[in-house]
Design a protein around this ligand. Sequence first.
Ligand SMILES: [Zn+2]
Length: 415
Amino acid sequence: MSDFSCNGCRRAVGDYCSGDERTRLAAPAMTISAEHTRIAALGAAERRVLLELVRRGPQSRVRLAERVGMSRASLTRISRVLLDAGLVLEGEPESPGARGRPAEVLRPRPGAAVFLGVKYTAEHVYLVLTDLCGSLIAETSTPLPSRDFDEALEIGIAAGDGLLGDLDNPSAVGIAVAGDVVVEGGESILRRSGFLGWDGVPLARRVAEHTSAPVTVFNDVNALAGAQHWFGGPRHSPLVVLGVGAGIGSGIVLDDELHVGAHGLAGRVGHSRIGAVLGAQGRPCANGHLDCVHSFATVPAIEEGAGVAPGEYAEAVRRAVLGEPGARAAFERAAFAVGIAVADAVNAVDPDAVAVTGEGVHCLDLAPEVFRQGLADGLEGRTADSVRIERPLFHFDLYARAAAVMAMRELLAEH
Ligand SMILES: [Zn+2]
């Protein structure tokens, strides 16, 4: 195994990209039209057709009419509205896959609509703009000097305004953040966002005060799961996405829909006690458990286990690559713990695939056999070989992009 570079940007691990301040245009030639504001004016039937095109790609009118359950005449009328609004195009796409006579095929128009996605970490805020196809239009990130909620909010809003430039408002805003997104008193409230120290903040409402666009806050791993399901290559359902980083969490897709649970708390798989298997270490997690998955698998736990300073995760990886025993042992414990977390999710959901991603996922490359050991140890009634593990590319920007995709999903699914 030679590739220990960051999955997202392929920088060497020594330059591990916890995120410098940077802004770049991913597609400067792309023209962003004003049509995006017209999504808000679409009726339920138009949204349903657009949603179907976005989630399943280019399709013939015949197939589209079948899928959304409407007559050919109705579809013709609705297609005309979407074509006039500049949201879809007729004809074959650049990529293969669609069948039928060119004019019969409808597809989302690249560059149509603009969605703003935001990801807060404890140190940075990452922002992206995507179009209706989920393609990246522009991105930026900026450091957070503190974890103060009001200050972080102000910095995020200013960065969003800067990224949007002349565009007055996006079609929708999605914000991904670690923690529990729950509804209290009819309002979306962010709870237990531990790394940021935010608990009980009305993040969605506070951002909505600065834009006319709808704003939705998502647990970050839930957002990744939803976006992975739509735009992450082969579509699996059920799907579990396990995010390994400052914490561990999973997002679940069931029946082609994100499953957040009755109280927004689904997918909590990171606290199984594994001390007995690892030889009791006596390591507490942030919840006070001794020797749970979090005690070994998170980035801070690996840093501590490898004997490096907080924030020096890249150094821990480097030492493990060089074979330093303490660092290797830390990654082996992490690999076992991640295996257990994957097994817990598989036991609960029986997914078609598990995508393991995040900034702290190097243990799977450094100790793949130990990961499989943990997985086998935790599974019930099946072998580790029977679990399809995927490794999507990762960068913090992807959380922001996932938030944008999820905001689009919310907007189009509104009826
Ligand atoms: Zn715990």
